[in-house]
Design a protein around this ligand. Structure first.
Ligand code: PFF
Length: 457
């Protein structure tokens, strides 16, 4: 199934960094710590680790199989593996989800850029907790300001995608991912050396297992999927650029482990600082935009730490945005026979339209709602809670039912040159366990589970 002349990543390290770039993002540094804080700390962390290893890893391996075996975009891959069928709807769901995620993810990344600039200019100085709260609501309701930063994010992403797979995506990831680790380590060391940091570490590493409920398990599962970029075209698209000798199992294992490590480290960076300054760990989504500025304000060289922190967040977000952009660009390029550069322009223009609507929906268009949600929240809800779990579940069903085990094993062992000790367990898991587990997340996240429970009672 060779696809002559198609781009591949130049090295295994490049492939690993690019894939890690898609996984590590706002999900690790923004969403994970606040979910962990709101769901009892250590207990949530424990369940999250189990979900990532037992569920996330096998599904990631499966997506890598689809991508590298077909060497196609997220939709075309299904046409290669199951020609003349409608399985490509799974890929199309992924491409659409990627595009919709871009509509709000670029806006949040714009907030990060705005805060990075503010910390540089010193405008976070001398403010009270109330100031930070009102500043944030003012910031997100000012559409021109938001759009300015969002446009900057889109231009940067566009440039990287426009430069191609090797010179754009791979090269930028090889620079940005190590930078992200260095910054994360520096901030973590700063945080754990603050007086009173121990309480934060205890909150995180002393799990109170009585706090684990079915809701904790399901939200940890959902978080592990979002964090590992599972359920849509990103992993299929990037693995279509893997070389023949890239070891799929090892790469999936490294990405899962490092992505989880970043989420844990981000919490180790945030909670000791939060506890050290007597702030509530349960602040929720505003943790990094309202709570943390209070922390930076009280630190010596606070502006510098704030700048470094928002830089970290921006780098993490941009590498994920690049991967989302690439899913849609490659789809248009290969399926609609448009040059790669033109496809990239269409996608960037589309993102700007979508992101403008979602920025305005936080301010002057607040009253216009879809199913009771602002456009911004609607995009978040429909992708994270419906399209991603649906995609993940269907990917497992597709490979479990439709792909011969022999073909699966050959691809995953590079034609028998590497070993896969637990192959039969993996295949059983993908066919029978993962679809049910993911189906449960779906029912829970959409609230349908409560409806079914009520029916049964
Ligand atoms: N994994 C990214 C994060 O943790 O922020 C978010 C994401 C990127 C989700 C790409 C899905 C995706 F396809």
């Amino acid at each position: 199934m060779e696809n002559i002349g198609r781009a591949t990543f130049g090295s295994k390290f490049g492939a690993l960094m690019a894939t890690l770039g898609t996984a590590v993002g706002l999900g690790n540094i923004w969403r994970f710590p606040y979910m962990c804080g709101a769901n009892g700390g250590g207990a949530f962390l424990f369940v999250f680790l189990l979900c990532a290893l037992l569920l996330g890893l096998p599904v990631m391996i499966t997506e890598f199989f689809i991508g590298r075996h077909s060497k196609k975009n997220a939709t075309g891959a299904f046409d290669v593996l199951a020609p003349g069928t409608h399985w490509n709807v799974i890929g199309f769901n992924g491409v659409l989800a990627a595009f919709l995620i871009l509509g709000f993810y670029t806006v949040v990344s714009g907030w990060t850029m705005g805060y990075m600039f503010q910390s540089l200019s010193g405008s976070l100085n001398g403010k009270t907790a109330d100031d930070f709260t009102s500043d944030f609501s003012l910031f997100i309701s000012s559409a021109p300001r938001l759009m300015f930063w969002t446009v900057i994010v889109v231009i940067m992403t566009h440039y990287i995608i426009y430069s191609g797979v090797k010179k754009g995506i791979e090269r930028s990831a090889k620079f940005m991912m190590p930078l992200l680790f260095i910054v994360l380590f520096a901030l973590t060391i700063r945080s754990i050396t603050l007086p009173g940091a121990k309480a934060g570490l205890q909150f995180l590493f002393n799990p109170d297992f009585s706090k684990i409920t079915s809701a904790t398990i399901l939200s940890a599962m959902g978080q592990s999927f979002f964090s590992l970029s599972i359920g849509m075209g990103c992993l299929i698209t990037y693995s279509s650029y893997f070389g023949k000798t890239t070891n799929i199992q090892t790469t999936a294992f490294q990405v899962t482990l490092l992505d989880t490590f970043v989420a844990v480290l981000a919490s180790v960076m945030i909670f000791p600082a939060v506890f050290s300054f007597g702030i509530q760990p349960t602040a929720g989504a505003e943790l990094v935009f309202i709570t943390l500025p209070n922390v930076f304000e009280q630190l010596p060289l606070g502006n510098l730490w704030a700048f470094v922190f928002y830089l970290l967040l921006a780098v993490a977000a941009i590498t994920s945005i690049i991967s989302l952009h690439e899913v849609v660009t490659l789809y248009i390029h290969e399926e609609h026979h448009v040059t790669r550069k033109k496809a990239a322009i269409y996608v960037s223009a589309g993102i700007l339209v979508l992101a403008s609507i979602s920025s305005l929906s936080l301010g002057i268009w607040k009253e216009y709602t879809l199913f009771g949600l602002t456009f911004f929240d609607f995009l978040d809800y429909i992708t994270a809670k419906i399209m991603l779990p649906f995609g993940g579940m269907m990917i497992c069903i597709f490979v479990g039912r439709r792909i011969e085990k022999k073909i699966l094993k050959e691809e995953l062992t590079n034609k028998g040159t590497t070993s896969f000790y637990f192959f039969n367990i993996y295949a059983f898991f993908i066919k029978h366990i993962a679809p049910v587990a993911i189906g449960l997340i779906f029912l829970y996240e959409t609230g349908l589970i409560h409806w079914i429970m009520n029916l049964l009672n």
